[in-house]
Design a protein. Sequence first.
Length: 404
Amino acid sequence: MKKISYLLGFFIAAVLLTACNEQADTRNELRIGAVFPKTGPLALLGIESYRGVVLAVDEVNATGGINGKKIKLVGADALDPDKATSEATRLLTKEKVKLLVGSYSSGISFAASEVVERNNALYFELGAIADNITSRGYQSIIRINPVASSFSKLHIRFIEEVIAKKLNKNIKDIKVAIVHEDSSYGTTIADSAVELGKEKNMQIVSLQSYSATTNDLNAVIINLLKQKPEVIISAAYINDAILFSKQSEELGYKIPYLLGTGGGHALQDYKKSVGELSEGVFSVGLPEFNMNSTYSPGRVKFIEAYKKKYNAQPQSGHSLSNYVSMQIVLQTLKNAKSEEPKKVREAAVQLKLEKGTTANGWGVDIDEKTGQNRAADPYLTEWVGGQLITVFPEEVAVSKIVWK
C-alpha cells in the first residue's frame, strides 16, 4: 500500500513539474497564430507563403528572439473561408494567441479577420490582395502587401507606356480583353482594370469570368477569337492559367500580349507545364527573385536560406514577400515591447521604412485609418528563356523587354 502511495505521489509530482515547465516555456514564448491553406486547391502558394514566414521567424529566433522571447508559430490549415473561421476561432479562444498572420487568399483573409475583429485581437495580412480587406473600418487588421487595384494600375500603365509604344498606337485605340476567375481575387483585379481602363478610354472588347476549378475554357477562347483583342489581362490561379494556354494552342488561337497576374502565370509550375508557350508572357504580381539587387538588399540571403532549409528553389515570389512582411511584423513587435493588440497596432503605424530597403523592395507606411501599407508595390515580370525576369518599372528591372 505504501509503495502504491509512493508511486502515486511520484506520478502527481511529475505531472505538476511538467505542467510548471510547460507554463514557463509558454511565458518565454511569443506565440503567433499562422492561418494559411496547406491542403486543398490553394495549398501550393499557401505553403509557399508560409515557408517565407517560417524563415523570418527562424532568423529572429537565431539571434535570441524578441524582447527575451522566442517566437512560436501556432499553425492552422485554412483551406477555405469556413475552415479559416473555425481555425481562427480556435487559435484565439483555445490557444489564447492575440496576434494572427496569414493568409495568401482573399477569401480566407476576409473570414479570419472577421473573427479577429470580434475577439479584439490583431491580424496581419501578408499576401491577400482584395482591396476591401482593409476598407471595412477595422482597427484589428494591418496589411503589409499591396492591394489588387495597384496590380490593375500597373497593367494599365504598362499598356499605356510600353505596349502602346510598341504598337504605335494611343491606348484608346488598343483592343483589350479581360479574362478572370470569379473569386474575390480575380473579380477585384478585373473590376479595377475595367474602371481604370474607362478612365483612359480604353476599348474593352471582352470581359469574361469563369470558375478557377473549370476544366474547359473553350467558350472563353472562342469569344477571344471573335473579338480579336491585342492585349489580354488575365487574373488566374495556376490550374486555369495552364489550361488557358494549352487550350488556346489546341484551338489555334495565337495569344497576343498576355498580361497575367501573379497567382498563376508567375509560378515555376506554369512554365514547367506549358513550356515554350510561356515565352513572352508578362505577369503583374508580388516581387520575384530576378530584380534589381540595389533595390532589394537581403534578397540573395533569403534565397540561400530557402534552399538550405527546404532543399529546393523557391516556387514563387510569395515566399519572399511573406518573408519580408513577417520581418516587418517582427520588427513591429520588437518596437512595441508588448503583445497587446492596440500597442502593436500603434507600433505598426509608427514604423517607417523607405522603398528599396527590404529584400523585395517594399517600404513601410501604414495608413492609420485603414491599416494598409502604402509603400508596397507589385512589379511586372516576363518569361524569357525559361526565366522569370523583372522588366517593369525601371527602378526594379534587370532586363529590357524581349518581344516575342
